[in-house]
Design a protein around this ligand. Structure first.
Ligand SMILES: *Cc1c(COP(=O)(O)O)cnc(C)c1O
Length: 227
């Protein structure tokens, strides 16, 4: 299958599932282009993709800059989805519109500092850790609300909602159910923070059942990565 065919197939599966769920709210399909060359980004742009995701600053930045240099940045949104070192915050906010992986207070400190003079608000998801494994990225569910309060009090940031990375080795439904409940808790205090970033190549249809609004899809569209 060609790139265009894989993209069309994934989009058809998303549309089918939304239809069967009776969902009419907007869903953002982000194509994760990590470990693929810049040319793939340009090809996806030609196919109509406008939301791109990357997980490393040193790879994302040149791609974002190249796309802009070619005059193709109209309506493009860059989503940063990977672990972010605080000392890279300034660099990432120079091109990323949305940061999905705000996973600790110290990174929030860095983002507040980095965005203080920025003209546009940087959108963020708080990444939650749904496991008992403290080594995994993400804040504990208990910390979510205090972090949300801090973000809401920051002019230069806009809280979109919660983000989770799957792969607990358990039924993804259990995990998506937890995310959905955290969203409910969050919107009671922050009504606009009602988005969920969840769902990847292997489970995006299930994620949609639990209210996912931002799907982060890599290999199902891009094919296998180089590494
Ligand atoms: C790579 C990546 C994805 C996409 O994974 P696929 O299984 O290739 O769809 C989604 N989210 C994050 C955080 C990633 O790093």
């Amino acid at each position: 299958m060609s790139l265009g065919e894989r993209l069309a197939e994934v989009d058809a599966r998303i549309a089918d599932r939304l239809r069967s769920l009776g969902r009419t709210d907007p869903v953002t399909r982000i194509v994760i282009t990590k470990n693929h060359p810049y040319e793939l980004v340009r090809d996806l742009y030609a196919l109509g993709v406008r939301d791109f995701g990357e997980n490393r600053d040193q790879e994302a930045k040149p791609k974002a800059q190249q796309l802009a240099a070619e005059g193709l940045s109209q309506d493009v949104q860059w989503h940063f989805v990977g672990q972010l070192q605080s000392n890279k915050a300034k660099s990432v906010i120079s091109y990323a519109n949305v940061i999905h992986s705000l996973d600790r207070e110290s990174l929030l400190d860095a983002l507040i500092k980095a965005t203080v003079d920025s003209p546009a608000r940087t959108k963020v998801f708080v990444q939650v850790n749904l496991t008992d494994d403290l080594e995994r990225g993400g804040v504990n569910p208990d910390e979510l609300l205090s972090m949300a309060d801090r973000i809401a009090a920051t002019e230069s940031l806009q809280l979109l909602g919660v983000m989770a990375v799957g792969g607990l080795g358990i039924d993804p439904r259990i995990e998506f159910e937890r995310v959905a409940r955290l969203r409910e808790r969050l919107v009671r205090q922050h009504p606009d923070a009602n988005f969920i970033s969840a769902g990847m190549s292997g489970d995006f249809e299930v994620a949609l059942e639990y209210g996912a609004t931002h799907l982060r899809i890599g290999t199902a569209i891009t094919g296998n990565r180089n590494h």
